[in-house]
Design a protein around this ligand. Structure first.
Ligand code: ATP
Ligand code: MG
Length: 402
């Protein structure tokens, strides 16, 4: 393979030559050993618009939602000192509304401690909410208990970040994947074995592994096994809590491609959680951004990637590197200072204000209500309710003061 530059395909680029050069107009050009360099350059130039546009095409507006979450909240006691006295409450999830249509993906992103896992555990009813409701397939599962809850909950399954801790290390793969079938169906052992082989085939694993144990697999393979197990009862919704965060980049994309294929073949819906907007980009039809327990922006993936409406979303997007070094250097970058402070969620005003480059007086006293922009994005930010001109000029355009 010969080395090629994105800007000038006539440049000499013998094997081993790797330094950046200057083109005739002074712009830096790089050399790459990749036949698809042209495509990489194109993606860099268009930034994040391209893949998101594909996601928008699959959005399922108008279909009855599979999952409807209303006003969901969870408070945890804040304990301190030797005696672990309760000194206050943390609003880990605070009045969250969400909808997921069948066969679509809602990507949920936010920094560590923003409440993503708590929201996932509330949705799957692994923990009790302080307030709010979860309706799955038209059934309000919030008040269900015992066998009724177990039956309804089969319609959604969870995939965790660390498959090693979610799979019993003493069980064989046949037992791990077959366990939900043993507990929840009347299949006999040979029927279960056939179904487990079929489930493993769906995730790209052959039948020769049935007697192996989870520790004999790589991280990516273990995550495939965990996905096979989650699919055993044919759920309509998978709640995936950072399923690729512990994997290296190439294994991450294999697992994301697998989830995408499974969605096409089985019509699955996903609530897909990640720290970072770049991870959820290829899979998401809609994006929700979480900050200190609140959804501060929710909208069509294409809109959110191309025209972020909340300064926090804009900051997360500006942190995603693009593969063109020249373009990368010229991009505006919003650098957030400080960290997420849980205690702040109880204070008045906007909970992002102390890190916000656009904070106004009103932000210190009034918690912004959800506001729906003309493009259909729901945002909690006074920049939008206080003046559309300001919002358009500052947030979308990322001006010099950033
Ligand atoms: N069982 C609990 N008891 C008390 N506080 C809790 C409990 N579980 C979560 N929290 C608090 O709720 C907040 C949200 O935690 P959560 O694990 O949902 O965040 P997260 O967004 O999933 O973070 P990460 O990206 O690190 O996984 C944190 O401040 C956490 O300390
Ligand atoms: Mg988490």
């Amino acid at each position: 393979m010969e080395l090629r530059t994105p800007a000038d395909h006539g440049l000499d680029g013998g094997p081993g030559e790797s330094a950046d050069r200057q083109s005739s107009d002074g712009a830096a050009v790089g050399l790459s050993r990749c036949l698809r360099q042209d495509e990489l350059t194109l993606v860099g130039a268009r930034e994040v618009a391209e893949p998101a546009a594909a996601g928008a095409a699959t959005a399922a507006d108008g279909r009855a939602p599979l999952l409807v979450v209303k006003g969901l909240s969870k408070q945890f006691p804040l304990r301190s000192g030797l005696l672990q006295r309760v000194g206050g409450m943390v609003n880990a999830v605070d009045n969250v509304d969400l909808r997921i249509a069948p066969g679509t993906t809602l990507g949920l992103v936010g920094e560590s401690g923003s409440g993503k896992s708590t929201l996932a555990r509330l949705v799957t009813r692994l923990i009790e909410p302080t307030a709010g409701s979860v309706v799955l397939n038209g059934t309000d599962i919030t008040a269900l208990r015992g066998p009724k809850l177990r039956r309804e909950r089969q319609g959604m399954q969870m995939v965790f970040q660390d498959p090693y801790s979610s799979l019993d290390p003493r069980q064989s793969i046949l037992e791990v994947v077959g366990e939900p079938l043993r507990i929840h169906t009347s299949m006999n052992s040979s029927e279960r074995r056939r179904r487990v082989i079929e489930l493993l085939r769906q995730v790209g694993i052959g039948p020769h592994v049935l007697s192996r144990q989870p520790h004999e697999f790589s991280g990516g393979q273990r995550q495939r096994v965990a996905i096979a197990r989650a699919l055993a009862l044919e759920p309509g919704l998978l709640v995936c809590d950072e399923p690729v965060s512990a994997l290296d980049v190439s294994t991450q994309s294999q697992v994301i491609n697998l989830l995408s294929d499974l969605q096409d073949r089985l019509g699955l819906a996903y609530l897909f959680i990640a720290h970072d907007l770049s991870v959820v980009r290829h899979l998401s039809d809609r994006i929700a951004v979480m900050y200190l327990g609140q959804i501060i922006e929710e909208g069509d993936a294409n809109e959110v990637y191309v025209r972020p409406t909340h300064p926090y979303t804009a900051a997360l997007l500006s942190a995603i590197p693009v593969p063109d070094p020249h373009h990368q250097r010229s991009r505006p970058r919003i650098v957030l200072t400080g960290e997420v402070e849980m205690g702040q969620s109880a204070a008045s005003g906007c909970r992002f204000r102390q890190r916000c480059p656009f904070a106004m007086d009103i932000c210190a006293t009034v918690d912004p209500e959800p506001f729906v922009t003309p493009s259909g994005t729901t945002v909690r930010c006074h920049l939008h309710t206080e003046g559309p001109t300001l919002a358009g000029a500052t947030v979308a355009g990322l001006p010099a003061r950033v």
